[in-house]
Design a protein around this ligand. Structure first.
Ligand SMILES: [Zn+2]
Ligand SMILES: [Zn+2]
Length: 332
């Protein structure tokens, strides 16, 4: 099969991805194989290609927002049948026995595996997944629009949860790409007032169309104090204005897996009055199931920018240069 792999991690314009011929993978015990129909392009793929995330395996196939149809069952599989449409997310496997796994916090598992980092992902014609970590996908969404929900959507949902936004509260969103434009809709459907801060004029327009109260520059002050904020842009300098924009008792959640360095904080200006800075690490399978159900209930609108699978490298370059308004997806 044809697949993309991270050959030499480095600046995206230098071509870190290569196209390879690989054997079609065989599902092991407890795994199923799917024929990929769509794979979303996530900022984490870019961090991996550029080496911000250290490679865990040479020539790994990236991609962890995979939609496809089960075409082969490994030994002992009972959850799926051939022909089922399933989704494969970032969380590929957890140990099931550590103190985090057994207390409902498998996102903090001490020995996790991730799709497109530890195990091959969906920038390919076929992928395999442990059957317990795949999702049933809501029928109201087509393959192209459901793919970005599998990471951008789920992680944003968890970030919103970690940001402790009160009912009808004021939410600030810093950066407005694939994940943010989905999360904003969940918050708006729950009655929040949303302020978006982003450098892209196109993204500001999309935010206003979706119902944001205001949209301004990335480091601009929102027009009112915030109960909660989520930082989606991987830009550590934005932590300061985002913390400063919080009301007393507010929380800033950092949604990304990678963030550039945070400059020194001033305790009075950024943290005092019980403001909280909160990281977000992966998600539990329960987060994913709850999010997919809510996405269907609120008829979430996903703005996608399609690329043919053989243009994956161009899609990553466009993501790096802020040229994708919404969520990029690779069509097999
Ligand atoms: Zn564990
Ligand atoms: Zn992702």
């Amino acid at each position: 099969m044809q697949a993309w792999a991270v050959e030499r991690p480095g600046p995206v314009d230098g071509g870190p991805l290569v196209r390879l011929d690989k054997p079609v993978p065989e599902p092991g015990p407890g795994q199923v194989r799917l024929r990929v129909s769509v794979c979303g392009v996530c900022r984490t793929d870019l961090h991996l290609a550029e080496g911000d995330l250290a490679p865990r395996r040479p020539r790994v196939v990236p991609g962890h927002e995979i939609v496809g149809v089960v075409d082969r069952l490994g030994e002992g599989c009972t959850r799926w049948r051939q022909g089922d449409r399933i989704g494969v997310p970032w969380l590929a496997r957890t140990c099931g026995t550590c103190r985090f796994c057994v207390s409902g916090r498998e996102n903090l598992c001490t020995d996790p595996r991730f799709t497109g980092w530890d195990v091959d992902g969906g920038y390919a014609e076929y992928a395999v997944v442990d059957e317990g970590y795949a999702y049933t996908l809501p029928e109201g969404f087509g393959d192209e629009e459901v793919a970005p929900l599998l990471c951008a959507g789920i992680i944003g949902f968890r970030a919103l949860r970690r940001a402790n936004l009160p009912d009808g509260g004021r939410l600030g969103i810093y950066g407005f790409g694939g994940s943010a434009h989905i999360t904003a809709q969940v918050a708006l459907a729950r009655g929040a007032r949303v302020h978006v801060m982003t450098r892209s004029k196109q993204a500001q327009e999309l935010a206003l169309q979706l119902g944001a109260a205001t949209a301004g520059d990335a480091d601009a002050a929102p027009p009112e104090p915030l109960d909660a904020a989520i930082l989606f842009a991987p830009v550590g300098t934005l932590v300061l204005p985002a913390l400063a924009a919080l009301d007393r008792g507010g929380t800033l959640a950092v949604a990304g897996i990678h963030l550039s360095d945070i400059p020194p904080l001033n305790y009075q200006a950024h943290l005092f009055q019980e403001r909280t800075l909160q990281s977000v690490t992966a998600n539990t399978r329960r987060d994913g199931e709850e999010f997919l159900a809510e996405a269907e209930r609120i008829s979430l609108h996903v703005s996608t920018v399609p690329y043919p699978m053989d243009r994956a490298a161009d899609a990553l370059r466009d993501l790096a240069h802020d040229r994708i308004n919404g969520a990029g997806v690779l069509i097999a």
